[in-house]
Design a protein around this ligand. Structure first.
Ligand code: E4P
Length: 216
């Protein structure tokens, strides 16, 4: 499983990229709004200067022609831009058209295994099942991911699975075990993955013991 950073914050993106652990970035309208950034193309251009990998950017239009138009504009910014399209009838049509034009898509807001299968059949490059948002309403998000992984394996689908709406390290562990191709992880969770109290204590003890010798 590879990691994407789920963020539109340039400092976070730079820091995660420098750690060497992310292959790309995912954004959505809420993440972009959090940065108070109205000019999506210039934000995306900045991200492409930091990250050499897939960068997902979402369309705002809900109708097929609007989605395709926005997608073409965003895709023209850089060859690494992947177009996030929400699951809907118009969304599926847009995915099909964009696939025919060689534009990569990430079908988002996936909450059932069959929505993921439809996205793959329409020609999506990636599907993004949302784990945390299902947990939030009392369903088990990881069941959705397990079902999608099973269906895509059984039917040998090439569409890549991004475990999204990740809220904690357990989501990441289970997504890796399930066989997700990617997990898109918020910066806070990415740092939680790095740290362990025994690692911190171990470093402190090694340093303390070393200082005893060098004091002699
Ligand atoms: C990424 O593709 C999704 O937009 C994101 O993971 C959603 O996360 P949230 O449910 O925490 O907003």
């Amino acid at each position: 499983m590879q990691f994407f950073l789920d963020s539109a914050n340039l400092e976070e993106i730079k820091s995660a990229w420098e750690m060497g652990i992310i292959s790309g970035v995912t954004t959505n309208p809420s993440l972009v709004a959090k940065e108070n950034e109205r000019d999506l193309p210039s934000l995306l251009t900045e991200i492409t200067r930091i990250v050499d990998g897939p960068i997902s950017a979402e369309v705002i239009a809900l109708d097929y022609p609007g989605m395709v138009r926005e997608a073409q504009e965003l895709a023209s910014i850089h060859s690494n831009i992947v177009i996030k399209i929400p699951q809907s009838v118009d969304g599926l049509k847009a995915v099909k058209t964009l696939a025919g034009q060689g534009i990569k898509t990430n079908m988002t807001l996936i909450f059932t295994p069959i929505q993921a299968l439809l996205a793959a059949r329409a020609g999506a490059t990636y599907v993004s099942p949302f784990l945390g948002r299902l947990d939030d309403i009392g369903e088990i998000g990881l069941n959705l991911l397990n079902d999608i992984c099973e269906i895509f394996t059984v039917h040998n689908l090439q569409c890549a699975i991004i475990a999204a709406s990740i809220r904690n390290p357990i989501h990441v562990l289970e997504a890796a075990k399930a066989g997700a191709d990617f997990a898109t992880v918020p910066f806070k969770v990415l740092n939680q993955l790095v740290n362990h109290p025994l690692t911190t204590a171990g470093i402190e003890k090694f340093l303390k013991d070393w200082q005893k010798i060098s004091a002699n």
